[in-house]
Design a binder for this molecule. Structure first.
Ligand code: PLP
Length: 497
């Protein structure tokens, strides 16, 4: 007779025990939300020795709930920086919506595998709905749709894979690129570096991306794009796609999309928009006109974890015709074969992108939109832009600061210039060095947190507001901190004459 093995219940928590831990975790979260406005945004990590402080070792025996919460407390309060702090204005990092965090807990609790419809019915429908909803908001036709991916890097990769497969002119998925015409793509020199990495991952090589020079406003120069395409064609290279950036990382510049769309139309090229940062600004009616031409895109990459402020990570890729994702990613695995006529089940998203098993990242995006409504998003996105303009106006009023770019979206660039600097030899070189050290000092200081850009040769400080907690007084604190620390550094760094 078969002997039944006895139950092993260590990992199976009772609902009451689940609630006890979750309640304590929620208590930590509430404490965190209370403290967030006053916590230092970052710390001098060198002095904290994060790895040893956290006690990372894994025990053989269970850890009590109390001890678990102590571990979590350290991660919350002793080992993390706070993109949700009102004074975090660095990179392009959203603050993290509150309902999005709750949705993530329930998404994990449900543990859907969103690669196969029958393993995740509601999850798949939510994700596909979002694809159509964003597509409509951006002006794409009803055939459009897309996928949640990990972020902008993956969204651009997936879109450019679809572009490569649609435009190569042979069955490149099966045959690869060997002994075939060289393929080329075009992006501005201010495009994000992940575009080149996408070309690398697609087997085309990073140099397949031709870097087109920009004008004084950081926008792709159209006549140089046309020349580069003509030059490639003359040399027997096959152009396949143009990448327009809708919101560059450095200054938020938007490439001339109507002109690029027209060139793509004429040259039969795939028109991709990297809107990882900027595209969601179309939700704000007064910003939408900046994105004219985007509605003609064959694909759009954008990041809910940036300007929809949802918790990391969640990017989105849209294609004008969802069929293009199927063309680029479908497989025929036997073990997920089913009779869809019989079941009536919907689309399997594992056939539309590079991942097979997929998480329910769409939930925090949908719940955030649901909780706040579209109008609140429009107001807050506009407000972020207004705050960047306020920052730039303050910079122009303060004699110690110099504005370094025009504000298009929610990025402002500036630098600290000691008022008594005068005509130093190598003045700009000194200011580059001073501002570079200053940026690191600001980030370690913790009162406020900005990052940098390099504009031409110039090293500048850069604030980017994709943060629904930031208000004007936070910007004042950032600028006060810049001036205080800048003056201090200048006293030690200025070459004596
Ligand atoms: C942020 C960004 C990326 C990269 O996106 P991730 O979400 O960091 O992967 C690509 N392009 C642009 C324009 C970006 O702003």
């Amino acid at each position: 007779m078969a002997i039944a093995p006895p139950p092993v219940k260590d990992l199976d928590w009772s609902p009451e025990r689940a609630e006890t831990l979750a309640t304590r975790a929620v208590g930590l979260w509430k404490e965190f939300l209370h403290k967030l406005p006053t916590l230092p945004v970052s710390r001098r990590w060198r002095d904290i020795r994060v790895a040893s402080h956290l006690e990372l070792a894994i025990p053989d025996e269970p850890t009590s709930e109390g001890a678990l919460v102590d571990h979590l407390r350290k991660i919350m309060f002793d080992g993390s920086i706070y993109p949700g702090s009102p004074r975090f204005m660095a990179f392009i990092t959203g603050a993290g919506t509150v309902p999005g965090a709750v949705a993530d807990l329930l998404a994990a609790a449900l543990n859907q595998n969103v690669g196969v419809w029958r393993l995740a019915p509601a999850a798949t429908e939510i994700e596909q709905f979002l694809g159509r909803w964003f597509a409509k908001a951006f002006g794409l036709p009803p055939s459009a749709g897309g996928l949640v991916v990990t972020g902008g890097a993956m969204a651009n990769f997936v879109a450019l894979k679809a572009a490569r497969d649609a435009k190569a002119g042979w069955n490149i998925r099966d045959a690869g690129v060997r002994d075939r015409p060289q393929l080329a793509m075009y992006a501005s020199e201010e495009a994000h570096h992940v575009i080149e990495r996408a070309a690398d991952m697609l087997g085309l090589g990073a140099t397949a991306v031709r870097k087109i020079a920009v004008d004084g406003g950081g926008r792709m120069r159209i006549e140089l794009l046309e020349a580069a395409i003509a030059d490639d064609r003359a040399r027997g290279v096959r152009p396949i796609a143009v990448v327009a950036t809708a919101g560059t990382v450095a200054i938020g510049a938007i490439d001339p999309m109507p002109e690029i769309a027209a060139i793509c139309q004429r040259e039969q090229l795939w028109f991709h928009v990297d809107g990882a940062y900027g595209a969601l600004a179309t939700l704000a009616p007064e910003l939408a006109p900046l994105f004219a031409g985007m509605e003609q895109a064959d694909s759009i990459a954008f990041d809910p974890h940036k300007w929809l402020y949802t918790p990391h990570s969640g990017g989105f890729v849209l294609v004008r015709d969802l069929q293009h994702l199927a063309n680029a990613f479908s497989l025929k695995p036997t073990y997920v074969r089913e009779d869809k006529e019989l079941t009536g089940n919907g689309l399997d998203t594992s056939m539309l992108g590079p991942q097979f098993s997929r998480g329910f990242a769409a939930l925090k995006i949908w719940v955030s939109l649901l909780a706040h409504g579209r109008a609140a998003y429009a107001r807050r996105i506009s407000h972020d832009v207004a705050l960047a303009r306020y920052l730039d106006a303050c910079v122009r009023e303060r004699p110690e600061l110099e504005s370094m770019c025009e504000v298009t979206l929610s990025i402002a660039c500036f630098r600290y210039v000691p008022p008594d600097l005068g005509e130093l030899p190598d003045r700009d070189t000194y200011l580059d060095k001073l501002n570079e050290v200053l940026m690191a000092e600001i980030q370690m200081d913790g009162r406020a947190f900005c990052s940098n850009a390099v504009l031409g040769p110039r090293y500048v400080l850069r604030a980017c507001i994709v943060n629904f907690r930031t208000e004007a007084p936070d910007i004042d604190i950032l600028l006060d901190t810049v001036i205080e620390l800048g003056a201090k550094l200048d006293r030690t760094m200025r070459p004596r004459t």
